[in-house]
Design a protein around this ligand. Structure first.
Ligand SMILES: Cc1ncc(COP(=O)(O)O)c(C=O)c1O
Length: 412
């Protein structure tokens, strides 16, 4: 199988490092996550489940823009809804009725939601959720999960990261996932001062196997927190609308007080939402929050079209089935080549790791070999399926995976 070259990407990267600190920053940055000769860094075309890099190489995309793409790039209904609203009015000096219609739609669709509030990025609403919890309880401390990611506001980043000071974490207590004993201990130690608990619906850290909630975990969490007068926040920014149209908590059978959505909500248009229970309506109204672009109505129109289409397509079921087909196939092909591939997390957004070394190098090299052949995978982060991926895409991807394992064998 022919492998790609990235001459134009490399040229652009040389220009990028002169104009932009580290060239490409954040989670799209090449360093230290990927072998740089195996990946493209710039693309200006995407359609359906595919994108093309600046060298013209074609990729079946299993990172889906790290989550926002859920129906396929350039989805005609979503783009038409965006464009119609955007031509009529996007940024404006007053809010759009579109915002109310979208809030009403979320209230109908998400059982926990009795109100909705909109922003642009995931971290806007994870931060806001914590402010609402503090305002509602008049308490300071927030419990979060070790390795859990909620965005880049200083309190969300790991201690020691550049620009983060110890005081940013003064009122944050991290405990291990699925550890009820640790939660009970924190409540025993700080009960009166715990405003809330924030976690993703299942644990999807980077560079580590993902973990579903243990049986009864969320039910115990909500019971313990509520008994303590504290709130439960689900950060559904990454998993929201990929596991369940009513919020991922519905899949796991529990009711939080606040849910944060973003990524898949508008199929790539910038939008996030915080939804909550009636009991928190007044406190949500008291917290001051706004942003220059938070009222842009185009994304809101796009979100309505996206959620409607996802519901019609039974998106969560479809993505889970495609993810299972993909990961079952990879496990089998890996075994044929003498490797053990471990699959964790939810199949609509699985995390894969070759377990035959005690670091992530085998996985990193294999993902690079797949990418050079047209299946865009990263090794440190969960992948994403979309409803635009087809069974034929997956069959072609499995051929790529097979060839990539051969290449991996040759390197060893
Ligand atoms: C679970 C989770 N929460 C919050 C965020 C932050 O979202 P954003 O990058 O849009 O601010 C992310 C982003 O990857 C995420 O995966």
């Amino acid at each position: 199988m022919k492998t790609y070259n990235y001459d134009k990407s490399t040229e652009w990267f040389k220009r990028a490092v002169k104009a932009i600190p580290c060239g490409v920053y954040g989670h799209f940055s090449p360093a230290p996550y990927v072998p740089i000769d195996a990946y493209p860094f710039f693309s200006n075309r995407a359609q359906g489940a595919r994108f093309w890099d600046v060298d013209g190489n074609e990729f079946i995309d299993y990172m889906c823009a790290y989550g926002p793409m859920v129906l396929g790039y350039a989805h005609p209904d979503v783009d038409a809804a965006f464009e119609a609203q955007w031509r009529q009015s996007d940024a404006n000096s007053v809010a759009s009725p579109c915002m109310i219609e979208l809030a009403e739609m979320l209230i109908d669709m998400v059982p926990v939601a009795e109100w909705a509030f909109f922003a642009r990025n995931g971290a806007d609403v994870t931060n806001l959720s914590v402010m609402v919890a503090r305002a509602a309880t008049n308490r300071k401390k927030i419990i979060a999960i070790k390795g859990g990611y909620h965005g880049t506001t200083p309190w969300m980043q790991a201690p020691g990261h550049h620009g983060v000071i110890p005081e940013d974490h003064e009122h944050l207590i991290r405990i291990p996932w699925n550890d009820i004993a640790a939660l009970k201990q924190v409540i025993a130690d700080h009960g009166d001062d715990i405003a809330g608990f924030i976690a993703t619906p299942y644990h999807h850290p980077v560079f580590a196997d993902n973990a579903l909630p243990a049986d009864g975990y969320w039910q115990q969490v909500t019971e313990l927190l509520h008994k303590n007068g504290s709130l439960v926040i689900v950060d559904d920014v990454r998993a929201g609308f990929r596991l369940h149209m009513g919020g991922s908590n519905e899949k796991y059978g529990f009711k939080p007080d606040l849910i944060c959505f973003s990524k898949a909500i508008a199929n790539g248009y910038a939008l996030s939402a915080l939804v909550g229970t009636e009991a928190l309506r007044v406190d949500a109204a008291k917290v001051f929050h706004t942003g220059s672009f938070w009222f842009c109505a185009g994304s809101m129109a796009a979100a309505m079209a996206c959620l409607k289409t996802l519901q019609e397509q039974r998106g969560p079921e479809l993505m889970a089935a495609l993810g299972k087909q993909l990961t079952d196939g990879i496990v089998e092909i890996a075994a044929n080549h003498g490797y053990t591939m471990k699959v964790t997390g939810e199949m609509a957004m699985p995390y894969l790791r070759i377990t035959d070394d005690d670091n992530v190098m085998l996985q990193q090299n294999w993902c690079g070999e797949c990418t050079k052949r047209g299946a865009f995978f990263t090794s440190h982060h969960n992948w994403f399926l979309s409803t635009a991926h087809t069974e034929d895409d997956i069959k072609h991807t499995l051929d790529i995976c097979d060839d990539a394992f051969k290449a991996l064998k040759e390197q060893s």
